[in-house]
Design a binder for this molecule. Structure first.
Ligand code: HEM
Length: 199
């Protein structure tokens, strides 16, 4: 992958990803809300179990040097530990599914990884609404809903700095397709976890 050039300025990659995943996002959003994740702390615990397993899948990406060169502040965007703390705050067990994480420590296909990271980061932008509902359950950035809290710079600004970097990565057509496949695979993975935890 040649990362020395600037991406064309027309429609940014993040916007293209949004368009390519709107349907999977909508389906996931509806499926999650059907499980009434904020109706009780017990229901919220199931949502946390989903988040835990999704972020376990991608946690190794935050240590990836090549990705960190492309995406500044990557390491501080990781939320796995906060989710584990949220579970601990609510004295909930860490889910053990016996599966190996989707990405291990031995590097990753970068375009695919970018797609998964787009989904993880974007979910923090959308989490403003979820954080509000978590607050109604008495949870906040210090207890139970740490991983849903906004960045001190503001969610929108934090998202723009991510999408700016993502847009700037130069990829060829085949790699571009892998980013989109990666994002859709990440949404499907979360959907499968929701089915597992809420059924
Ligand atoms: C009930 C659950 C959810 C609701 C209600 C929801 C809602 C939203 C909303 C309102 C936005 C737009 C925020 C804005 O533009 O200011 C958004 C963005 C986003 N959400 Fe969700 N979301 C939910 C769950 C998720 C989950 C579980 C994921 C992935 C794990 C996810 C991934 C994304 C992504 C990638 C974006 C960024 C879209 C873009 O602008 O490119 N969402 N969400």
């Amino acid at each position: 992958m040649d990362t020395t050039l600037q991406a064309p300025a027309e429609v940014g990659r993040a916007k293209r990803l949004k368009a390519a995943t709107t349907e999977t996002h909508d389906r996931l959003d509806k499926r999650i809300m059907a499980g009434e994740p904020f109706a009780s702390v017990g229901n919220y615990g199931r949502f946390l179990a989903v988040q835990y397993q999704f972020h376990r899948d991608i946690d190794a990406l935050y240590d990836n040097r090549e990705l960190a060169d492309l995406l500044p502040d990557l390491a501080e965007r990781r939320r796995f530990e906060q989710i584990a703390q949220d579970l601990g705050d609510l004295t909930l067990a860490v889910p053990e599914n016996g599966e190996a994480p989707r990405f291990g420590p031995d590097g990753a296909d970068l375009p695919t990884a970018l797609g998964w990271l787009y989904v993880a980061e974007g979910s923090n932008l959308g989490a403003a609404f979820l954080f509000k509902m978590a607050r109604a359950l008495g949870l906040d950035e210090n207890r139970g809903a740490r991983h849903l809290a906004g960045h001190p710079d503001g969610r929108a600004q934090h998202w723009r700095s991510f999408t700016g970097a993502l847009d700037g990565v130069v990829l060829d057509e085949a790699e571009e397709a892998r980013v989109i496949d990666g994002a859709n695979a990440a949404f499907r993975r979360v959907h499968a976890l929701v089915e597992q935890e809420y059924s």
